[in-house]
Design a protein around this ligand. Sequence first.
Ligand code: NAD
Length: 508
Amino acid sequence: MQNILKQFNISAVNSGVSTGAVWMEAGGPQLTSFSPVDGKEIASVKSANREDYDAVVKKAAEAFQAWRQWPAPRRGEIVRQVGEALRTNKEALGKLVSYEMGKSLQEGYGEVQEMIDICDFAVGLSRQLHGLTMHSERPGHRMYEQWHPLGITAIISAFNFPVAVWSWNSMLAWVCGDVCIWKPSEKTPLTALACQHITAKVFAENGVPEGVSCLVAGAREVGEWMAKDTRIPLVSATGSTRMGKSVGAAVGERLGRSLLELGGNNAIIISKDADLDMSLIGCVFGAVGTAGQRCTSTRRLIIHESVYESFKAKLVKAYAQLRIGDPLNEHNHVGPLIDKQAVDAYLQSIEKCKAEGGKFVVEGGVLEGADYASGCYVKPAIAEVQNSYSIVQHETFAPILYLIKYNTLEEAIALQNDVPQGLSSAIMTVNLREAEQFLSQSGSDCGIANVNIGTSGAEIGGAFGGEKETGGGRESGSDAWKAYMRRQTNTINYTDKLPLAQGIKFDL
Ligand code: NAD
């Protein structure tokens, strides 16, 4: 790991405030990053104080004046080069993600691959930021719309996808002509430092102005400054619903724009017509992958009563085969939770579930011993519950899977929708009628609805996000780029008359 840290210019104590190639003397509190893999201290980062933050915003605002003038395909070319730099650094960055956050090495590499993919997507997009033309009701008039850069995009990100979420936002924002200020999770500041170094090098080589890519490490108060800051037209925030409610209210108060990507409570419906063997892989990976710390992790299985017992038996057997341990060892399936606070939340949820009447068919617990020295390794658990339990209505960011029985598809869909969150959902069935009903307007109410695929593992080409308490934002593919631009409607009169719209007469 020392070599990797060196590769990204990370020393024992680092500044966490940067406008690109320049790293400022940061005056805020020091954040220390501990690896959940072995509990060891990796390095520290000095966070931004209010003065540092204001200086960064000022620099970003100046940079926007220049960056917005760059032709979009030229901005795309810069993003293409960032993608190339990420390809070169994929292995090192993937390992650092795995070590600092605790996800498996394969998932660490996968996260960097996702960043590369979004760069490719953004490059193509840089030539397609187009609006529509409309027919004017007035003779000799032309009407059309165009999309202009918005300004500063603030990016607040969560620990579980410490780098991909930043790239989803920043690569699109950059081709759209915006400048970015990133506040990464205080739990994973080092991977952010690495990304800033990779980007800054490409930017400097291409003469991109200082301030287009900014980093302000810090805890929630830095995010709160962003939410209230009228100099920032767009705040894209990924994290818990609690955080989203606070950010959404603060940005709304000043009538700014927010793009919220918040918690999920994702379910898979296992129909009587499901391919059970295939479904098993999707369910187990969805529930235990990233130790249940994905916003799209599978939290609930809604299983038809006729296959309930047999599928439960398959799950119990599969869970007995899970190997829990060092995520950098590719042999293991499940790594640690992010920290001991997350372990406490996991244990409390198990207790609450039992108190409400939940019956555990696979017991949870914290693993002890030399291989689990960080104290963050927990056993994936499965409980039989009612959907109405308050703990089932709540997102616990840990590998606890709830089983719920159903009789009719209408009932299953109602159960699936009957939670405050609305991110990802799936049905496992080979029955076309069931699949179409699930995808119809009276089916799943989530932002993502899949058939014969689990709830986790979205591709970057689609718009990503969810409804209800998940926040309503959409990022990544499709037309999510529109959130990063302002739309302008233009009407041009090329005659010597000035007819008013709606036939209004106004003679002088
Ligand atoms: P968190 O809400 O604790 O923190 C997320 C980020 O928000 C951090 O950078 C934090 O410093 C900042 N923050 C916290 N409170 C804030 C406030 N009041 N104002 C401004 N900023 C604030 O979340 P976490 O524990 O890092 O991540 C886990 C959560 O993120 C889960 O709920 C998960 O579902 C969600 N998540 C959602 C998506 C999605 O795309 N929908 C993706 C990843 C994670």
